[in-house]
Design a protein around this ligand. Structure first.
Ligand code: CO
Length: 257
């Protein structure tokens, strides 16, 4: 069931999402060779409580294994849900930071992939195209369009650049829960559920784009998804409200709401 949000609820979600955006910005600035992924996680958690919010991911248990940390940190061939550890980032790595909070009963969720020091030009291109694919999807977030319009826009941009999109994970509605209906896949096939977009929907759109195969495997920790061929993967995510004035990117630092 899709829950529509009133303008008042969207205003609260904007506050939750602003906190996410501010903290992600600080984390991205802190990324440098030598920092451990646990240090980034601790930073995220401290900043979350300092801003009066709670971590959205810590303690989350959709399946058998509870997610143990505040932040997801996915390095290089890790696609999503990398668990922070003592691992030290090194120059040339790319690192996905995926982060959410709960604030006044509402969730915010966003992600970006950033460079550690200087990275290969091919990696720069993967980051750029994945971010662009997210914005292609956001552009479709208009009442009257359908979920498939978002999916197709993301997929066409990523595949048009020679990359593949991950199918096992999708974006999602977001609100009083982290994951609400509808699902927002990053690919479209005939016969898929294809609900119409309505004013008041808030969607987390999150393309995961791979250099090589779209196939993945899950590591023994029960969470970390890695590319089946070991090639790079990038992930960008925004929480986006569908309004009478078109899409509003709630997790953008300078969203005009
Ligand atoms: Co999400």
């Amino acid at each position: 069931m899709v829950l529509l949000k009133s303008p008042e609820e969207i205003a609260i979600m904007r506050e939750a999402c602003r906190i996410v955006a501010e903290i992600l910005e600080e984390l991205a600035r802190a990324v440098r060779p030598g920092i451990t992924t646990d240090e980034l996680d601790r930073m995220a958690e401290e900043l979350t409580y300092r801003k009066g919010a709670r971590p959205a991911f810590k303690g989350y248990k959709p399946g058998d294994v509870v997610y143990p940390k505040t932040l997801c940190v996915s390095v290089n061939e890790e696609i999503v849900h990398g668990i922070p550890s003592g691992r030290r980032l090194k120059a040339g790595d790319i690192v996905g930071l995926d982060f959410g909070v709960v604030y006044q009963g509402f969730y915010g969720d966003a992600a970006r992939t950033v460079a550690v020091g200087k990275i290969a030009e091919s990696a720069e291109r993967l980051l750029r195209v994945t971010r662009e694919a997210l914005y292609c999807g956001i552009e479709q977030c208009r009442a009257g369009n359908r979920i498939g319009d978002i999916a197709r826009a993301v997929q066409e941009h990523a595949e048009g650049a020679g990359y593949s999109v991950v199918e096992e994970f999708a974006g999602h509605g977001i609100g009083r829960k982290l994951h609400e209906d509808p699902q927002v896949p990053n690919y479209f096939r005939r016969g898929m559920p294809n609900p119409r977009l309505q004013e008041g929907m808030v969607l987390a759109i999150e393309p995961m784009v791979n250099e090589g195969t779209a196939r993945l495997r899950i590591m023994k920790d029960g969470w970390t998804a890695v590319t089946a061929d070991g090639k790079l993967s990038a992930h960008f995510e925004h929480s986006v409200a569908i309004t009478g004035n078109g899409p509003v990117i709630l997790t953008e630092l300078d969203a005009n709401v």
